[in-house]
Design a protein around this ligand. Structure first.
Ligand code: FAD
Ligand code: SF4
Ligand code: SF4
Length: 398
């Protein structure tokens, strides 16, 4: 797609220059020029009353879309374990592949990863590609991208699913740009268009106020990243059979990234995305000191603390605890919302929790619309009562 100015229609009124958020339109002599800073955001088009700005769609059909077949899932793993997001992607990938009547392949890049193959097959993979090398032990953008690019060129998958994790969010756009294809980030839904047999990728847009359905009709592969805890994994079937393939790929010897080590950002040891019980705090807790009470309760219940953006922005707690559209997506068995209003951006990160229990002093707070249980009351009083109650139970058990 390109943006062009029709010099015959342009009156040089300069309205578009003001409208461009990227300072990409310049006057050069008698003419307006769009520079390389243009992001093709299209903001200038409506600013021109003379219809002088034109969007030229570069509809480039790749050689043969029908050459691209199969669904791929990129496996994420850490410290010798497959990350839960992989099984969630596999569950979605299996469903899509069954609809398209094609196979699901998992791609594992790393070192000492051969033991993953049978597990991946049990969870729905038909083929497991193992790309094993000591240099691939730790995640590396450049090396992983080089490996994926070679594999995609050779095998031509039609759909690639990648976790919307820190690594996935970094790798997916690199790969997409190599193939000049689209990438839908942070999908919450994936379907196959029954007529066109293309992927319909759904994700929240405009601050979560509407759901956008995005397609990639003219390029392949169709690529999507999916947030953790949004898709359901399938039940493993140990009797499933699949193929293990060790493809030949060239691994670059040079890389500009060197991993020195890993730091765990969760001091309390529990990963929010994997927690069964989350106690989330909002502005209704009143003051940052009250978080200590919540931590006390979390310790008693073996729960993890979560937060609304309001208290992250207020500096009460680190941003790694934030749940919501611009934070983490979680789906614990129990989600407690203490003093959280239930803004749509918060709900985007926790509404698929099994049981939601909300405490809010406002009986009309939006959080009660999605809560399974609601307590109209003071959050601090409820937390204190819960500490007393569960601490007593704990003492009885000791
Ligand atoms: C682009 C964008 C992205 C965003 N991303 C996120 C995100 O990822 N996560 C997120 O959380 N927000 C996000 N937000 C912010 C979101 O819109 C809300 O502002 C935020 O969630 C509000 O946090 P809160 O409910 O803690 O605070 P408030 O909106 O201030 O609500 C406090 C609630 O506490 C209740 N309350 C007050 N006193 C008490 C009491 N004593 N006991 C019990 N209840 C009490 C009130 O009735 C109220 O419902 C985003 C906003 C935008 C625009
Ligand atoms: S707004 Fe339209 S007419 Fe005015 S300078 Fe820009 S392109 Fe030309
Ligand atoms: S498309 Fe966007 S970035 Fe490009 S010139 Fe117009 S307003 Fe500027």
């Amino acid at each position: 797609m390109s943006i062009e100015i029709n010099t015959e229609k342009c009156t040089r009124c300069k309205a578009c220059i003001k409208a461009c958020p990227f300072d990409a339109i310049k006057i050069e002599g008698e003419r307006l020029q769009i520079s390389e800073w243009c992001t093709r955001c299209a903001a200038c088009i409506s600013s021109c009353k003379f219809g002088a700005i034109e969007i030229k769609k570069d509809v480039r059909i790749v050689d043969a879309l029908s050459d691209y077949k199969g669904v791929w899932v990129l496996v994420e793993h850490k410290k010798g374990k497959i990350a839960p997001i992989t099984f969630e992607l596999l569950g979605a990938g299996r469903r899509l592949a069954d609809e398209l009547k094609v196979s699901v392949s998992t791609i594992v890049i790393g070192d000492e990863i051969q033991t993953y193959a049978q597990t991946l097959i049990a969870y729905g993979s038909d083929e497991v590609y193992l790309i094993e090398d000591p240099s691939l032990k730790d995640y590396n953008d450049e090396l992983y991208c080089a490996v994926m690019t070679q594999l995609i060129r050779e095998k031509k998958p039609e759909i690639i699913l990648i976790g919307a994790t820190a690594n996935g969010r970094s790798l997916a756009p690199r790969i997409a740009s190599r193939f000049n294809t689209g990438l839908t980030a942070d999908c919450t839904g994936l379907e196959i268009d029954p007529d066109k047999k293309i992927l319909i990728q759904t994700r929240p847009a405009f601050g979560g106020n509407l759901m956008a359905s995005i397609i990639c009709p003219h390029h392949r592969p169709q690529m999507a990243t999916i947030r953790p805890r949004v898709m359901k994994p399938m039940m493993p079937d140990e009797s499933r059979e699949g193929k293990v393939i060790r493809p030949n790929v060239n691994i670059p010897k040079q890389t500009s990234v060197k991993t020195l080590g890993f730091l765990d950002s969760f001091q309390d040891g529990l990963n929010l995305a994997e927690a069964d019980i989350i106690l989330s705090a909002g502005k209704g807790l009143g003051k940052p000191e009250n978080l200590e009470l919540l931590k006390q309760l979390a310790q008693i219940l073996g729960a993890t603390i979560g937060a609304s953006r309001a208290i992250v922005d207020a500096g009460w707690i680190d941003s790694c605890y934030q749940i919501g559209q611009t934070g983490k997506t979680v789906a614990p068995k129990f989600y407690f919302a203490f003093g959280i209003s239930g803004a749509i951006q918060h709900l985007a990160g926790m509404s698929t929790s099994d049981i939601i229990i909300a405490v809010n002093k406002d009986k009309d707070a939006p959080i009660f619309k999605i809560a399974n249980y609601g307590i109209v009351g003071d959050a601090v009083e409820v937390i204190s009562a819960m500490i007393q109650c569960f601490a007593k139970k704990q003492n009885h058990r000791l």
